[in-house]
Design a protein around this ligand. Structure first.
Ligand SMILES: Nc1ncnc2c1ncn2[C@@H]1O[C@H](COP(=O)(O)OP(=O)(O)O)[C@@H](O)[C@H]1O
Ligand SMILES: [Mg+2]
Length: 356
């Protein structure tokens, strides 16, 4: 049985804005499922309909096989963690964590046991008697997490819980959430606009655009087999390079020259315009011209320490990025020849963006 099932879910706000359209999703019991997409694509709206904080225009939300459309939030056995952790400022950490349990008349001894365990898990034991204003941003977010954990809900809902943290804390908390999931085995529905969070945390990832699902897959499948240009561009940093080309027998014609995929590589049956998608790590830079290598000029080299990103422009084409060794002796203005590895390269329809 899946923990959360959304069927034909739809949300139209009173002002007529269609925020979520025809959303079908079955979250498995114990699964860490991430909804990812740009700002405004309907992630929060979807999550809030699951939580019961937003009315459902059409379709159903079921938790553990039971339709909960008309069930108030408090009866849904879920806990939600938001971006702005919303702690009660006048309560200590311990009181903040106890609050939801008190409302549910959980016995005092049980509350104490659960708080001790959660505080231990989250490294909050020494901070239990502090007020929120005496905590750092990361510590506050930990308390918000602890408050959800002690509830021992059927499902955790996270809405961009790390967005307010600085970069270092964001990475630490991301790993913390990952460990908590491994330990508790809880069902988690997690919303983020950050593709790194999606890739590192999700058992499966739902890519959303304009209220609709564009792809649902595990991270590696999503990365290697994007089903459309949107998924391809949204997942991966730097993003996948896209070159306009004309597919002909045995070759892809680009303004900078011909690409020569190996025999057996799936080119269209008839000549047509395509978009050629290639990841930055699948481009190598040759010093000398070679068949199937595109001449290009180096615009910029970004040194990341362990590796470098070379920005190049093949004549007449949009700029591309190649991931290269950190020490590569490459400079602005250099000329190189781009040779693709076709293993995971793909073709998209220029109009629909769908993978061919
Ligand atoms: N209360 C509201 N009234 C009208 N439109 C809304 C409301 N909340 C969100 N929207 C619109 O619905 C769309 C989806 O919003 P939201 O779910 O918050 O997206 P996300 O969380 O992915 O950034 C956006 O176009 C947004 O402007
Ligand atoms: Mg949102």
């Amino acid at each position: 049985m899946s923990a959360v099932t959304l069927q034909h879910l739809r949300k139209v706000y009173p002002n007529g804005a269609v925020a979520v359209e025809d959303f079908d999703l079955a979250v498995r019991d114990g699964e860490f499922l991430v909804l990812v997409g740009p700002s405004g694509c309907g992630k929060s709206t979807t999550l809030r309909m699951v939580a019961g904080l937003e009315t459902i225009t059409a379709g159903t939300v079921a938790i553990d096989g039971r339709i909960v459309n008309d069930l108030p939030p408090k009866d849904r056995d879920i806990a939600m963690v938001f971006q702005n952790y919303a702690l009660y400022p006048h309560m200590t950490v311990r009181e903040n964590m106890a609050f939801g349990l008190r409302l549910r008349h959980t016995p005092k001894a049980e509350i104490a046991t659960r708080i001790a365990a959660a505080a231990e898990t989250l490294g909050l034991t020494a901070l239990l008697d502090r007020l929120p204003k005496q905590l750092s941003g990361g510590q506050r977010q930990r308390v918000a997490l602890g408050r959800a954990i002690v509830r021992q809900p059927k499902v955790f809902l996270f809405d961009e819980p790390l967005s307010n943290l600085d970069a270092k804390m964001r990475v630490e908390m991301r790993q913390e959430i990952h460990r908590i999931h491994l330990r508790l085995g809880a069902t988690i529905l997690y919303v983020t606009h950050d593709q790194t969070e999606a890739m590192t945390l999700g058992d499966r990832i739902v890519v959303m655009e304009a209220g609709r699902i564009r792809q649902i897959d595990d991270p590696i499948t999503l990365y290697n087999h994007p089903r459309n240009r949107f998924s391809a561009g949204f997942i991966g940093t730097p993003p996948m390079n896209i070159l306009p080309a004309r597919a002909e027998v045995g070759r892809l014609r680009t303004p900078a020259g011909d690409l020569l995929p190996p025999p057996g590589w799936p080119l269209p049956d008839a000549p047509r315009d395509v978009l050629f998608g290639i990841r930055p790590e699948a481009l190598t830079l040759q010093d000398a011209p070679a068949p199937g290598a595109l001449p290009a000029t180096v615009d910029l080299v970004e040194r990341m320490g362990a590796e470098a990103y070379a920005h190049l422009t093949p004549a007449g084409c949009p700029p591309v990025i190649a991931r290269i060794p950190a020490e590569a002796p490459l400079r602005h203005g250099d000329r190189r020849f781009l040779l693709p590895d076709y293993t995971h390269a793909c073709l998209f329809d220029p109009l629909s963006g769908d993978r061919l």
